[in-house]
Design a protein around this ligand. Sequence first.
Ligand code: DP6
Length: 360
Amino acid sequence: MTVKDFIPTAYKNLIEKGSYIWSSPSNIALVKYWGKKEHQIPENPSISFTLDSCKTTTTLRFSKKENNNEFLFDVFLDGEKKDDFKPKIETFFKRIEAYLPFLKGYYFKIETSNTFPHSSGIASSASGMSALASCLMSLERSLSGVEVTDEYFTQKASFLSRLGSGSACRSLEGDLVVWGKHDEIDGSSDLFGVKYPFEVHQNFKNYNDTILLVDKGEKQVSSTVGHNLMHNHPFAQERFKQAHSNLSSLIDVFKTGDLKSFIKIVESEALTLHAMMMTSMPYFILMKPNTLEIINKIWVFRQKTSSNVCFTLDAGANVHVLYPEAETEMVNEFINNELVAYCQNGHYICDRIGFGAKQL
Ligand code: DP6
């Protein structure tokens, strides 16, 4: 598939108005996307677990408007008008207009809500952009008048999501999604996410992710700024190579169910992501003292027990605690007894691997 394959031929149907509702989850990267080129092309391939309960539900209402000369839309979060969300969506619409030429022909009312609190420090861009892209694809499917296969629908929804926020392109499907060209992964692409195509051991089915909310404040540095700091970063090229080789290693790990190697790769990826932030110019630190306390507690717990619990981090202070389904009871007890104390107001979110966007 190339970019041209996402430019539609003339639509056959006329639709005056209507609405679609989609819900789409967040995802947590195991091999991280950090660094991008023009047009939201990633510098390296990444892979993520799709989440289940952290998700955005979006209702897109649309009605045909008189002229075609501008984007016209309103955004609501939990019923409240959010004009501060508009610039991001306007940018998104500009980036995708060539692929959805109907955008200026409608007025859109975008109503969205998240299952996680807005101020939880959990980014809603992955779930939000993929839910909106899915709604827009439903409209395109109705307008097109020719058969749109589910495969094309998902691929284009992912392609569009990527143009909204890179990591969003990994939220359409589950339970493991790869984004970015990788030599050993057939079908992988810089343009959209694809379902991980190889064998996955039972150990990785229904994997848990408990998200410890260490700092619920606004991010000090946006992902976009962070990605840009990878340009001319002294360690960038080595880092991009490392992501390729970590993804290669994961292929065998997923096949054999080797949890010890999984932990090494995933924790190293998380720390490398933050190491890139600390060694960029300007440099910055997104971890908080409690982030480190939790990491150390996890390491001690692993030493004392046979547990395969491990952590990963996003571009923030919160800690994603990952563990196999078979260890749910043991790790939940550990989290309650030893980790909750480091969460802001004792807040955390229990999530697990999920299967992507759904039309409601
Ligand atoms: C650290 O997808 O939020 O979560 O493309 O600029 O919207 P933009 O960035 P974004 O970056 C996410 C980075 C990350 C790692 C990852 O999810 O792979």
